[in-house]
Design a binder for this molecule. Sequence first.
Ligand code: G3I
Length: 321
Amino acid sequence: MIGLKDKYKDYFKIGAAVNYRTVDTHKDLLIKHFNSITCENETKYDNLQKEENNYSFDHADRILGFAKDNNMFMRGHTFVWHNQTPDWVFKDATRDILLDRMKNHMTHVGKRYEKDFYCWDVVNEAIEDKGHMFYRKSPWIDIIGEDFMDLAFTYAKEILPEADLYYNDYNESNFPKRDKIYRAVKDMLDRGVPVDGIGLQCHWNIYSPSMDDFKRAMEQYAKLGIKIQVTEMDISLYEFKDDSKLDKPSSELISRQTALYREGFKILRDYKDIVDTVTLWGVADDETWLDYFPVKDRKNWPLLFDEAHEPKEALYAIMDF
Ligand code: G3I
């Protein structure tokens, strides 16, 4: 079997989220099938700068070393997010103080990896899921104001003129959130804010979104005229509100998952001119964040390789074209 990245060489890069352990434990799959890497946690604010001006780059550097040794691209994840950001960042912060902290962090981290990271998720998950609100409530917007995204992208472009700068979010295919994400990015572009791409996380499950909704979302985002990346794809075998536990996945559930991967990748291939990378949020089913979320210690099987690192039906399905 040829590598997934080789099958897709005329379409887009194929990425995986890794952590500082899986670059060892999953290295054979990574080297054969993937050519882009995202750190699952290691390049987030609280991993890099837990205390002010006290940076720890060891884990991120280890992952970067692996990527370089194997000629893989690296994406940066993420600068401005309400989650995994240490409390000190917001403590006693005025607008100016918080903007200063944002800029210092981007400068320190961004410059260190300037030659190595081809893109950054500059702002992550800033749009509200529920109908009546536009922005998600967070200390960033509370303290800085509604221009916090404009400023984040503007600083990032000054610091990293060569990197592609992304707005990244989940529930990207669902109405009305997809309209809000589109509008937020469109308005920034109209104001001249330097956004180079939109990151669609694609944390799906076998019941949602429908592929009609994904197609509509792609049609809409394509109108922005900027790059698209799928940044965190996986397909859970549970409906979001279901808290039951399975001992193992039935063949029926695996078939549904396979069909969604097949159809999702087919749609993505139709947009190959603007889709830059498709990243899976993990490598194989033995290590996935979905074993802890939304139900703690419940096994899930959301990826393209099984717990023994063997290809699943879904892998064959997305290579069958
Ligand atoms: O590092 C500590 C460890 O010291 C401690 O013993 C352990 C106890 O629970 O926790 C460890 O930290 C965990 C961390 O992952 C590293 O494993 C955190 O509790 C846990 O909350 C954290 O979860 C991460 C989650 O983001 C947090 O929001 C997931 O691994 C990571 O996959 C997930 O990734 C996010 C993307 O960044 C943004 N989009 C959604 C996606 C899924 O939630």
